[in-house]
Design a binder for this molecule. Structure first.
Ligand code: ADP
Ligand code: MG
Ligand code: MG
Length: 214
């Protein structure tokens, strides 16, 4: 039911907030290598606001799509920083995609939602793969979900493949020089350290899998 799906959104965002509470220092450390060191703080602020907004929408009787839409707005409004605006837009696009596809096979539905989220981030932020941003993890994640769904895999297997793709791609950003964002002026210094936004993306989708796939 829609009320049950709304509760999945609420539980997912609560789990993401919990995860970012744990990861905050590490994400800050990664961002401080060549950026301004606020990635952990900003992500936790955004996820906290999103979790609160989703819970409030669910309490008011709204469904999953409205909960996600409110969550995306709250994340963008409260996180501060580039990543907050991009996560807000991505979550808003996921909400929109889920609203458009109420009854598809779950792996295909997840793939379509992921693709819409990534497309929104790319449209807004203008990053290409290899620019050393969250897109370097998000694009392979969406592509792996699409491929697994297209091959008829069950949701658990599709998510596992996509999480592995995101994690591997996030770690591989260590070899790159940032071409966008606040880390660009100190690009050389960031070589050897993965992009904080790619690392947080991979960790967040792993948390999402734990509540979305039984
Ligand atoms: P800020 O850089 O404004 O302090 P954060 O520290 O929260 O914001 O986020 C930094 C992360 O945002 C980077 O590690 C990168 O992954 C991501 N990022 C920055 N600019 C872009 C962009 N144009 N497109 C996609 N992701 C971006
Ligand atoms: Mg920063
Ligand atoms: Mg900042």
């Amino acid at each position: 039911t829609d009320a049950a799906e709304a509760q999945v959104v609420v539980a997912t965002l609560a789990r993401v907030r919990e995860l970012l509470t744990e990861l905050e220092p590490e994400l800050g450390r990664l961002d401080a290598v060549a950026g301004d060191g606020d990635h952990g703080r900003g992500m936790l602020r955004g996820a906290g606001a999103a979790a609160d907004a989703a819970a409030a929408a669910a309490d008011a009787g709204h469904g999953a799509v409205a909960c996600l839409r409110d969550a995306g707005r709250a994340w963008a409004d409260r996180a501060g920083g580039t990543s907050g605006v991009l996560w807000g837009a991505g979550i808003g696009a996921v909400a929109h995609a889920l609203a458009a596809r109420p009854v598809a096979d779950p792996a295909a539905r997840a793939a379509a939602a992921a693709r819409a989220g990534v497309a929104a981030v790319v449209t807004l932020g203008g990053a290409k793969q290899g620019d050393k941003t969250m897109v370097d993890a998000a694009e392979p994640f969406a592509a792996a979900l699409e491929q697994a769904a297209g091959a008829g895999q069950a949701p658990a297997a599709a998510w596992d493949a996509a999480l592995e793709a995101a994690r591997t791609a996030a770690q591989a950003t260590a070899d790159l020089r940032p071409r966008l964002g606040r880390a660009r002026p100190l690009a050389e210094r960031s070589v050897g350290t993965p992009d904080p936004g790619a690392v947080s993306f991979a960790a967040i989708v792993a948390a999402v899998r734990s509540t979305v796939v039984p």
